[in-house]
Design a protein around this ligand. Structure first.
Ligand code: IMP
Length: 197
């Protein structure tokens, strides 16, 4: 199945290609008038609400185009830091742009509790209906920026189930075995191969 992923984040697109490609699905970025879609995100602290709003807006955007009947994938994700009561959460992208990873490390410089988790919620709409899948990856915020791979907070996030390296030090194959998005996309791919009743 051809799936259009409505995101401007190239890191997310390559992770989705890696996870869903081997299951026979072709992932392409959703491009409208030469641009990835720009969403108006609702004022919500919940990834699910934000992701669903993206899906509704993407559907509106493809009305009347050759992509109108195609499958559309959306995702919303963020990093939730325990000692900051879940901040930046749904604001992760904004906070990354404003203060960067060094800003986060300096906010946490005196903090012993480094626990954090990445969370992702995906919606995939196909002719069969709307599928939802979530993933969580527990970890810790490192003391220093390490690695240049991945994107976003990866160089300061050490997954609990890893070997002590940050996601920024892991190949995308290694990351997707452990990551929130890998888990959410795997869930979707399993729903797609399940025979419908
Ligand atoms: P969204 O595009 O509104 O869902 O923003 C997601 C933001 O959360 C990204 O821009 C990153 O700041 C952060 N984020 C989510 N998933 C990841 C990941 O896998 N690695 C690094 N940062 C991530």
């Amino acid at each position: 199945m051809q799936i259009f992923f409505a995101t401007s984040n190239r890191g997310k697109i390559s992770e989705a290609k890696e996870k869903l490609g081997p299951t026979g699905h072709e992932i392409s970025p959703l491009i409208i008038d030469g641009m990835p879609p720009k969403f108006i995100e609702p004022q919500s602290e919940h990834l699910e609400e934000v992701a669903f709003a993206k899906l509704s807006q993407a559907r509106q955007m493809v009305l009347g185009s050759e992509m109108e009947d195609c499958a559309i994938l959306v995702e919303d994700s963020g990093i939730f830091i325990e000692s900051l009561s879940g901040f930046p959460g749904v604001f992760s992208s904004f906070v990354e742009d404003k203060i960067g990873l060094s800003g986060i490390l300096s906010i946490l410089s005196e903090e012993e509790n480094r626990s954090a988790e990445y969370r992702a919620t995906c919606f995939l709409e196909t002719k069969e209906g709307i599928f939802k899948s979530k993933g969580i990856c527990s970890g810790e915020i490192s003391r220093a920026i390490s690695g240049e791979l991945g994107f976003g907070y990866d160089p300061i996030f050490i997954p609990v189930e890893g070997d002590g390296r940050t996601f920024g030090q892991m190949s995308s194959e290694e990351k997707s075995q452990l990551s929130h998005r890998g888990m959410a996309l795997k869930g979707l791919s399993e729903m797609l191969i399940r025979p419908s009743k």
